[in-house]
Design a protein around this ligand. Structure first.
Ligand code: FEO
Length: 388
């Protein structure tokens, strides 16, 4: 987007589209690019809400200048650089403007961007900033969605809530508002799984703030704006709930031993009335693994033994599980070996952030023999008993 767009009277979108970006944090796949949203509120005084990624600062400043206004404030809801990277150039361009944020955010912004401390106007939780003309901004701290300083800004006179990363999507579009709820639900699910899931309890609390404010419009700082936000709030209520009904088998196989074990486990679970979702890690993106983890109650992770340890693809899945902290209550490791090694101990040692019940490891030598199939069946039945 090269210009500003009107959201409603005196509220403008001045952010930028990053259609070609392929990865976020060098990890999250971006099939539809992303955007760095920024907003301008025009009362008697002028406030800009959030900045943009450093690569797009000039385009963003051009969008603001196109409105022919002189900002008095820039609100920083979140200090991460994709929303704060333009602050140094902003305060050069508008030297009288103040950076409005909380004390924790100020400290982060100073260390990340070397901003001068005298440029900050520090606000408290539940405090307000009056722009004049009936435009009063309200601030609500929403820590750990997904950094410690994150907060929301609410404009009651227009019933708009600015949530920065929260409820965001990595989805680039020239259309301001969500019109395809299924498409955006899918994009939001990927975003949630990678960014918010590790802080599920805090995401749940942030939902409580929104349910009290009841905004008509929710404007995040990635993706499109919600003018009918009910569906995304329903999604977040589900994803952050205690619901965890899915059984997930993640495996990688080199010479079919682990693949055969996986099929035997899947069939035994089915006989116990448990339908497991099976993902071959060699063919599954990290985004699909992350999304599958959102409502998983049990994860069974299978690996061959490679050079004495777990297959690197299985180790990556274990590291991902550890980082994303899904709400699983049962975890099991299984695999094969040819002449020795510590593949399963290695996987188990990679998952320390969560404390599910861990099944005894199941390891067999080479291709499963009939006696191995009996062991595998018993192991799967034990897994089923834990889940049920
Ligand atoms: Fe979009 Fe936490 O940054």
């Amino acid at each position: 987007m090269k210009t500003s767009k009107v959201i409603t009277e005196n509220i403008f979108a001045v952010g930028v589209q990053d259609k070609d970006r392929k990865l976020f944090d060098a990890l999250i796949p971006l099939p539809s690019g992303t955007s760095y949203n920024s907003y301008v509120v025009v009362g008697k005084k002028i406030a800009v809400i959030d900045s943009v990624d450093p690569l797009f600062v000039d385009e963003w400043l051009t969008n603001i200048q196109g409105l022919k206004v002189k900002p008095d404030y820039i609100i920083s809801n979140h200090a991460e650089q994709d929303h704060s990277g333009g602050l140094p150039k902003f305060i050069q361009t508008y030297p009288d403007a103040e950076i409005v944020t909380n004390a924790k955010s100020r400290d982060l912004l100073i260390s990340l961007l070397h901003l001068p401390s005298e440029k900050f106007l520090i606000i408290e939780d539940n405090s307000t900033l009056d722009l004049g003309g009936g435009y009063v901004l309200e601030f609500y701290f929403a820590p750990w969605v997904h950094w410690p300083e994150t907060m929301f800004t609410f404009l009651p006179c227009k019933n708009i809530l600015f949530t920065c990363d929260y409820l965001g999507t990595h989805y680039s579009s020239d259309d301001l508002f969500v019109r395809d709820e299924q498409l955006i639900s899918d994009a939001a699910k990927l975003y949630y799984s990678k960014v918010m899931m590790p802080y599920r309890a805090q995401s749940r609390k942030a939902l409580d703030i929104i349910n009290l404010l009841k905004p008509l419009i929710i404007a995040p700082s990635h993706g499109q704006i919600y003018d009918h936000p009910e569906f995304i709030l329903r999604n977040y209520a589900d994803w952050t709930s205690q619901n965890s009904e899915d059984t997930l088998i993640l495996y990688v196989s080199m010479h079919n031993s682990v693949k055969k074990m996986t099929e035997l486990i899947r069939r035994e679970l089915e006989m116990q009335d448990i339908t497991a979702r099976v993902l071959d890690l060699a063919e599954t993106s990290s985004g699909d693994i992350s999304m599958a983890l959102i409502n998983a109650r049990a994860v069974l992770l299978g690996t061959p033994t490679v050079l004495g340890g777990a297959h690197p693809t299985a180790a990556f899945a274990a590291i991902l599980i550890n980082a994303l902290r899904p709400k699983i209550s049962t975890l099991g490791f299984y695999g094969s070996f040819s002449w020795g090694g510590k593949a399963l101990e290695q996987l188990s040692g990679l998952i320390t952030n969560i404390k599910p019940e861990i099944l005894p490891p199941l390891l067999i030598k080479g291709q499963p023999l009939p006696e191995d199939e009996i062991k595998i069946g018993a192991w799967a039945r034990e897994a089923a008993m834990k889940m049920l």
